[in-house]
Design a protein around this ligand. Structure first.
Ligand SMILES: [Zn+2]
Ligand SMILES: [Zn+2]
Length: 332
């Protein structure tokens, strides 16, 4: 029997099997007044306590209602996601291979696993030179930056008729507004498009226009930071395109972050509340998705030395063992 707390955050779970229901019921932790006295042996999700004011929360039902309202006013969209490389890219990037796949193919594989149930495609590369957008040179990094909002309309036009969204992937640095330094990515739900940048141009790595530090997060190698930046911002921004707001319930991929250090402190995966929304869109089986994602992460771990990827793969193992153990308990 589902308690009313979880009904509030993840909606009715009636249609799911018992194991999936148990998994989603872990969402009740965010509604406790203080941390649970003895955390479950799995300890999969860390609630952000005390829970934020209701005005900042987007529960599953609120998300579902906003998506419903949107479908009234918008054209029906397909189940294809398109990634659009926006050049130029350094040769070292275009020639890089991850787990024996070209970077773009790897990105396609990873997002196909994350958004299991949707089809992901890579569009032919376009050049930033041919896109009409506002640019500036950042004072500290001396790097060219593009005003991110100028790209949404262009990307929207690039979306094929059977597409849900186009996500631009750029090496060039992005900025959100004149008064702000840089942004890792941004999504426009209205345009159904998003853009991310994975260049290494954080101002704090620079002094007088010259690079003085090697990467954005202590103890991680540069290749790991590049990969993480790519997949994390790609998945985060794409979730925004599915109407997901920033998450205030748990430590979660959908938490707001403004720097790579902050991003490294947050999980690569979704909390139960956000997962419930994504599952409604993609219609995946939770266990199958975690298995596929674990395969992808193990490939990343072979490729780069990174605590972050190792911890993420371990976390997926814990989720899978939660699902398997509760499945066994159901049957016995
Ligand atoms: Zn965001
Ligand atoms: Zn969340």
């Amino acid at each position: 029997m589902q308690d009313k707390n979880t009904k509030y955050v993840v909606g009715s779970l009636k249609k799911f099997d018992n194991v999936t229901q148990k998994f989603y019921q872990l969402s009740s932790d965010c509604l406790q007044n203080s941390p649970a006295p003895s955390p479950d042996q799995y300890n999969l999700f860390t609630p952000i306590l005390p829970l934020a004011h209701p005005i900042h929360r987007q529960t599953y039902s609120q998300w579902k209602y906003s998506m419903f309202v949107n479908t009234i006013f918008r054209r029906k969209r397909g189940r294809n996601l398109f990634l659009l490389p926006i050049g130029p890219f350094p040769e070292s990037i275009t020639e890089t291979a991850v787990a024996g796949r070209r970077l773009w193919d790897f990105l396609k594989d990873f997002s196909s696993a994350f958004f299991l149930g949707l089809d992901v495609h890579i569009l032919p590369e376009v050049s930033l030179e041919n896109i009409n957008c506002t640019k500036r040179v950042h004072k500290k990094t001396n790097q060219m930056q593009v005003l991110v909002g100028d790209l949404f309309l262009y990307l929207q036009k690039m979306c094929p008729a059977d597409g849900y969204s186009v996500i631009g992937v750029s090496w060039t640095d992005l900025y959100p507004s004149e008064d702000l330094n840089f942004v890792l990515g941004e999504a426009s739900f209205v345009h159904g498009s998003a853009v991310i940048s994975f260049g290494r141009f954080e101002p704090k790595l620079y002094e007088d226009g010259l690079r003085v530090r090697e990467c954005g997060s202590e103890g991680e190698d540069e290749r790991a930071v590049m990969l993480l930046k790519l997949i994390k911002s790609l998945c985060h921004e794409t979730c925004h395109l599915f109407g997901l707001s920033h998450c205030v319930f748990f430590q979660c991929l959908m938490n707001e972050s403004s720097s790579m250090d902050q991003a490294f402190g947050q999980p690569l995966f979704l909390c139960p509340v956000c997962l419930r929304k994504l599952q409604k869109m993609c219609k995946f089986d939770i266990r199958e998705r975690y298995l596929t994602l674990r395969d992808m992460l193990l490939k990343c771990c072979e490729e780069v030395e990174s605590r972050y990827f190792v911890n993420s793969a371990n976390w997926l193992d814990k989720c899978l063992s939660f699902l398997d153990n509760h499945d066994e308990a159901e049957r016995s």
